[in-house]
Design a protein around this ligand. Structure first.
Ligand code: ADP
Ligand code: ADP
Length: 213
């Protein structure tokens, strides 16, 4: 297996970029989506995670690492993984290295989506998602074709409970404190491919596709 990591602050466009890479054969793993699935299923893990997520805090490393371990260990050898929102701490990054090594795989690159805070707040405040298929829209920058309805599923879109102004600010602080140090961790290994994410969606997607091919 080999892996690409999508790194960047909340709202930088990781999920939006992932959509086009899935069309290119990548297996998309979003720890946020995996956690929201647990919330929908009302599992004990989901209920615990929801409290933390709605405050903009991280779920403990061992919880997310266990999810990732299960997926990696049950994958075919030739799988190309695309991690979105994982790793988010140095501890998670170290565990990911260990896991990849134990499976004889390689971490190919870390695509860093760079975006200023004011653009992020606007993006997250206008984000709408489909609870069924996970499609991501924006009221202004990427609206659905009809009203507030998912193009794929035809159901009503919703706003994430953590996309409130207060939680967004907290998530940006937590990103700066706990996730931004991953940039130098990966820079030291020459894995970082920076992308200007402060451009229209199609430009960002094209730049990412060009940088990985
Ligand atoms: P965004 O990319 O908009 O920040 P995500 O869907 O990736 O949103 O994550 C939503 C929330 O889920 C995070 O704010 C955090 O509480 C939790 N979460 C997701 N991935 C991780 C992770 N790797 N480690 C800890 N918590 C996580
Ligand atoms: P992340 O996964 O990094 O949290 P998303 O892909 O969910 O980010 O994008 C956050 C919000 O910003 C969504 O509403 C999405 O439609 C919108 N968005 C994503 N990329 C761009 C862009 N380049 N320009 C404007 N809006 C964007």
């Amino acid at each position: 297996m080999n892996a690409t990591v999508l790194l960047g602050p909340p709202g930088a466009g990781k999920g939006t970029v992932a959509e086009v890479l899935v069309d290119k054969g990548y297996v998309h793993i979003s720890t946020g989506e995996l956690l929201r699935e647990q919330i929908r299923l009302e599992t004990p893990l989901g209920l615990e995670a929801k409290k933390l997520m709605d405050q903009g805090r991280f779920v403990p490393d061992d919880v997310v690492v266990a999810m990732i371990r299960n997926l990696l260990e049950s994958a075919e050898n030739d799988t190309r993984f695309l991690f979105d929102g994982f790793p988010r701490t140095l501890g998670q990054a170290e565990k990911l290295d260990e896991l990849i090594q134990s499976l004889g795989g390689s971490l190919e690159r870390v695509v860093l989506l760079e975006c200023p805070d004011d653009a992020i707040v606007e993006r997250l405040a206008g984000r709408r998602t489909c609870g069924k298929c996970g499609s991501v829209y924006h009221v202004t920058f990427n609206p659905p074709s009809h009203g507030n309805v998912c193009d794929v599923e035809g159901c009503q879109l919703s706003q994430r409970t953590d996309d409130t102004e207060k939680t967004i600010r907290k998530r940006l602080d937590v990103y700066a404190e706990r996730t931004a140090p991953l940039i130098s961790y990966y820079e030291a290994r020459n894995l970082i491919q920076p992308i200007n994410a402060n451009q229209p969606i199609e430009h960002v997607r094209a730049d990412v596709v060009a940088s990985i091919s």
